[in-house]
Design a protein around this ligand. Structure first.
Ligand code: SF4
Ligand code: SF4
Length: 200
């Protein structure tokens, strides 16, 4: 049995779960792929935290589309993009992450995607660029009453569109740059939300 590399142990820390030795493909991952995935996950973790602050409360309490009939209180997803622009190792990590979050295959309701649940998506940091980069325009409404807010929303939205269109590709680090931009603008939106109090 090969030892886990320091890079893999660092990835486990970011992921928040232990990678079983039975996942040979992850244990013996090429260094380039490991570096890319670690860099990707470190950023998606930050972006997920930002999106949680920006969207969760709005989805649960203010979205008129999020009705009792649908029975969804933590956001919605009618897509099936978990495997878009991905590499094999990330698909395995998705399965491990979802299981760590209480996922059981086939319990999806109201969505085509197996990773969707009544609590929302069971993936957080190992979402595909398409999934993490999608942002629902409804959540921006409270931010756009001032020119400053509107400008910030535009910048955030366009950087998220770049993430959405990004690919996991060891030869091109573009998706990492797009994530950095989205994190920078998203952080400013969080500050705006916290200081303005318009969503509290
Ligand atoms: S993601 Fe958009 S449409 Fe879905 S519940 Fe949230 S605000 Fe509503
Ligand atoms: S992985 Fe999550 S965000 Fe992506 S399509 Fe499935 S439920 Fe939606």
């Amino acid at each position: 049995m090969s030892e886990k590399s320091s890079g893999l142990l660092a990835l486990e820390k970011i992921a928040g779960f232990v990678i079983p030795y039975s996942e040979e493909k992850l244990i013996s991952m090429k260094p380039d792929n490991l570096e890319l995935i670690s860099n990707y996950a470190a950023r998606t973790k930050q972006l997920d935290a930002i999106l949680s602050i920006l969207t969760k409360e709005f989805c649960a309490t203010q979205c008129d589309w999020n009705s009792d009939e649908k029975g969804m209180y933590c956001g919605c997803c009618e897509a099936k993009f978990y495997d878009t622009s991905m590499i094999d190792e990330l698909l395995i990590l998705q399965r491990l992450e979802a299981r760590n979050n209480g996922w059981e295959k086939g319990f999806a309701k109201g969505s085509e995607c197996d990773y969707f649940s009544e609590e929302g998506c069971k993936l957080r940091i190992f979402k595909s660029p398409t999934c993490i980069g999608y942002v629902c325009k409804r959540i921006f409404k409270p931010f756009t009453s001032t020119p400053e807010g509107k400008n910030l929303v535009d910048n955030f939205y366009y950087s998220m569109m770049d993430v959405f269109a990004g690919r996991i590709d060891v030869r091109r680090a573009q998706v990492l740059k797009s994530l950095d931009k989205a994190i920078a603008y998203g952080s400013k939106l969080v500050i705006m939300k916290n200081t303005s109090g318009f969503l509290t």
